[in-house]
Design a binder for this molecule. Structure first.
Ligand SMILES: *[C@@H]1O[C@H](CO)[C@@H](O)[C@H](O)[C@H]1NC(C)=O
Ligand SMILES: *[C@@H]1O[C@H](CO)[C@@H](O)[C@H](O)[C@H]1NC(C)=O
Ligand SMILES: *[C@@H]1O[C@H](CO)[C@@H](O)[C@H](O)[C@H]1NC(C)=O
Ligand SMILES: *[C@@H]1O[C@H](CO)[C@@H](O)[C@H](O)[C@H]1NC(C)=O
Length: 504
């Protein structure tokens, strides 16, 4: 089945054409007085985000060694042979960026630490220059009144660990990740109070080990899409990779709680990709297929974290290919669940797939899928009802623009402002209906290297002139709009219903 079901916007943002059209969730906007940020709960955090490989550049500077993303891009697998060698060059421009964040009025900045910059070999010695960079960035943020929300691992595994033991496929990943997280808590935890262990561990095993669209590009026929992988087993490896990610997350949380929380007093969670799966028709089969897909997608991680095991439907369908799990290893291992949300997918039942001799993740779930509009509110409702109303952070949400030429300077992105308002309104409504959402981060703070789609799509509230050596920043209309809202302005609710968002 198609790989595009899990081309994560956060992670690859490679939006297929049929998905650039995001239809507004049914129903016309309420006629109520416009919202301001004071209408959100006290302490609600509004921010914007990036990730290390996508924004930093300085890929071979000051002791940083390659991650699997450097290898992947340098082998020419990213769009238009692009890479993150320089990207937005935040490594050299972090001071300007923090100043810009302050001018816009962000409460918080979500970024990730590059494992191969802090611990270049994946384990062992800390790189003093890497340590200095993240200390500088964190201090600069705090000096300007901006909370750092830090992701420890955002898909950029050190290449050395991939080479040594096939990365996520080995239980040794759990130990190395825990030691790396320990170094992060120890080095930065006096100032960082919002930690995310992993970004989108419910996507990485699929793109990396099922369809092979992302590093380390493992997959097996007939499940590879677009690419020929030389190694892999799509029937087994995604479940093993996810299992080790889950154990690594729980191990880092346990370490944080036992060793650091008493003094550092922070919050720690995990960020999952949150696609909403909507039945494609009113048939009961499609309704059941959509429920199954939610179990495979969100339940894969949230069910173990809340209830101590994989969802029953995964146990029964995946069988012996799904690793054993002990509840005490994982249950309760989170203070919040982060969600990255861009779209919904209608689900069609395909139980026949279960009879296939060779099956992958989608065949196990028993469905065919296509793209279409989204439903963040329904996803939030699902999390509330099914998993005991966990605390939620919306860690990514945004709209891609596809410049005609990569270097095109675009200020006018009012369609993005409208998109953001629509989602922020939905979050307000969901909070009113009982969801415990505590924060919202626009993806992205500024243009950068989008995983797989390179520079051909961009999400920035702020643009970056990728042609200029100094990577000049400029604020788009959406950045001005968001800033106005953060400074007390109104969220307009005047969108006509049925409005379409076009990104190109
Ligand atoms: C995949 O491998 C086949 C057989 O080796 C080859 O013919 C084809 O061109 C390859 N496709 C890509 C996209 O590399
Ligand atoms: C994948 O692994 C399973 C279990 O070891 C095995 O039965 C199957 O043949 C493997 N598939 C491929 C394509 O290697
Ligand atoms: C860690 O400390 C924070 C702040 O006091 C608290 O909110 C959180 O619940 C603590 N977590 C654990 C697991 O003790
Ligand atoms: C509000 O929450 C209830 C359950 O708590 C749910 O049944 C209902 O559909 C939700 N309404 C909206 C508009 O999300």
């Amino acid at each position: 089945m198609s790989s595009h079901a899990i081309t994560a916007p956060s992670s690859d943002k490679m939006m297929p054409l049929f998905f650039v059209l995001l239809l507004r969730l049914a129903g016309s906007p309420r006629d109520a007085a416009a919202l301001t940020r004071d209408d959100y709960p006290k302490g609600f955090t509004f921010g914007a985000g990036t990730s290390a490989y996508q924004v930093e550049g300085a890929a071979a500077e000051d002791g940083r060694k390659p991650s699997i993303w450097d290898t992947f891009t340098h082998n020419g697998y990213a769009r238009e042979n692009s890479n993150g060698d320089i990207a937005a060059d935040q490594y050299h421009h972090y001071k300007d960026d923090v100043k810009l964040m302050q001018e816009l009025g962000l409460d918080a900045y979500r970024f990730s630490i590059a494992w191969a910059r802090l611990i270049p070999d994946g384990r062992g010695k800390i790189n003093p220059k890497g340590l200095e960079y993240y200390n500088n960035l964190i201090n600069e943020l705090l000096l300007h009144g901006i909370e750092p929300h830090v992701t420890i691992y955002h898909l950029d595994l050190p290449q050395s660990l991939q080479d040594e033991y096939d990365g996520l496929l080995s239980p040794r990943f759990v130990d190395d990740f825990t030691a790396y997280a320990d170094a992060c808590f120890q080095s930065f935890g006096d100032r960082v109070k919002h930690w995310v262990t992993l970004n989108e561990p419910n996507m990485e095993p699929l793109s990396g080990y099922s369809n092979g669209m992302m590093p380390p590009k493992r997959c097996s026929d007939p499940f590879c899409s677009y690419v020929n992988c030389t190694k892999g087993n799509s029937s087994t490896e995604p479940y093993i990779a996810a299992h080790h990610l889950l154990l690594a997350h729980a191990s880092a949380v346990s370490l944080y709680r036992n060793k650091y929380n008493a003094t550092q007093r922070g919050q720690i969670g995990i960020t999952l990709m949150g696609i909403w799966y909507e039945p494609a028709t009113s048939s009961s089969q499609d309704a059941a297929a959509a429920r199954r897909m939610l179990e495979f997608h969100i339940g894969w991680f949230v069910h173990p974290l809340v209830y101590g095991d994989y969802p029953a439907v995964m146990r029964s369908r995946v069988g012996a290919r799904l690793p054993d799990l002990t509840a005490s290893q994982v249950r309760g291992s989170f203070d919040f669940i982060g969600i990255t949300h861009y779209f919904a997918t209608p689900v069609r039942d395909d139980e026949a797939a279960l009879n296939l001799e060779q099956r992958d993740y989608y065949a196990d779930a028993g469905l065919k899928e296509v793209f279409s509009p989204r439903a963040l509110g329904k996803l939030l409702d699902h999390l509330k009802l099914k998993y005991g109303n966990p605390t939620i952070m919306i860690h990514e949400n945004g709209l891609a623009e596809r410049p005609k030429i990569t270097s095109e300077i675009v200020y006018d992105d009012d369609i993005r402002s409208e998109y953001l308002q629509d989602y922020m309104d939905q979050i307000y409504l969901s909070i009113g209906n009982g969801s415990d959402v505590r924060g919202y981060f626009v993806w992205s703070f500024l243009d950068m290297f989008e995983l797989v789609s390179g520079y051909s799509s961009r999400y920035g509230l702020c643009g970056v002139d990728m042609n200029a050596e100094e990577r000049t920043r400029y604020v788009r209309n959406s950045g001005h709009w968001y800033s106005g809202f953060l400074k007390g302005g109104e969220l307009r609710l005047a969108l006509p219903s049925g409005k379409a968002y076009r990104t190109a």
